[in-house]
Design a protein around this ligand. Structure first.
Ligand code: IMP
Length: 198
């Protein structure tokens, strides 16, 4: 059986990826299964660049096929910020709520009525010695100042997917996993992987 290593320590992501790859004769492992800590510096200037860097670093070190992702929120009125800096926007010490409140403060300061935003995800697949392959997923929506919902994580309470009135934090996990930026990027990877197996 082949092994695919997912370059993350996020249990939610591992679970979601395992579910999507359930039909394959594949052992899915993650950085949670490894003892040795690999230092990965996410210093690229795009989601794809960071995803490739993570996947490449782990694949080179362990000589196995690796899947990695990078994601974040782009807000139009903030010129696309926080983007690749989503996880640390406003500083390192903030929790999720303080971080989205910080974003809302920045948005108020712009005095622009434009609330357009999107989540983006890039998934990179790297096999030892091969060129990386990248898959993208986007979820379009708007920012709301009326934060609500207690599910999900990160900026979910202030993000309303296009065509809905609920925030992403009011979706249950199954529903979010059907429409999310990450789900779309992973679905594109699964299609690619399926085509390769046949
Ligand atoms: P990472 O790619 O998992 O490191 O995510 C980067 C950051 O983007 C997270 O820390 C969140 O702030 C934000 N983010 C990414 N995906 C989501 C999502 O599905 N909901 C809310 N926030 C997200």
């Amino acid at each position: 059986m082949k092994t695919l290593l997912v370059a993350t320590k996020n249990r939610g992501k591992v679970k979601e990826i395992c579910k999507k790859l359930a039909g394959f004769d594949l052992e899915v492992r993650s950085l949670l299964d490894l003892d040795n800590a690999l230092a990965i510096v996410e210093d690229a200037d795009t989601f794809a660049g960071n995803a490739i860097k993570k996947a490449r670093t782990v694949s080179d070190a362990l000589e196995v096929p690796v899947l990695a992702d990078d994601s974040g929120l782009e807000v139009d009125a903030l010129g696309g910020r926080p983007g690749i800096y989503s996880a640390r926007f406003g500083g390192d010490g903030l929790d999720d709520e303080a971080r989205y409140l910080y974003l809302l403060e920045q948005l108020k300061k712009t005095e622009r009525g434009d609330l357009g935003a999107r989540f983006r995800c890039a998934v990179a697949y790297v096999e030892p010695g091969a060129r990386p392959v990248v898959f993208d997923g986007t979820l379009e929506g708007t920012i709301t100042f009326d934060a609500r919902g207690d599910r999900g994580f990160g900026y979910d309470p202030i993000f309303i997917p296009r065509g809905d009135v609920r925030t992403l934090a009011e979706y249950d996990m199954e529903e979010k996993n059907r429409i999310s930026h990450r789900a779309k990027a992973l679905a594109a990877f699964v299609d690619f992987f399926k085509a390769r197996q046949s």
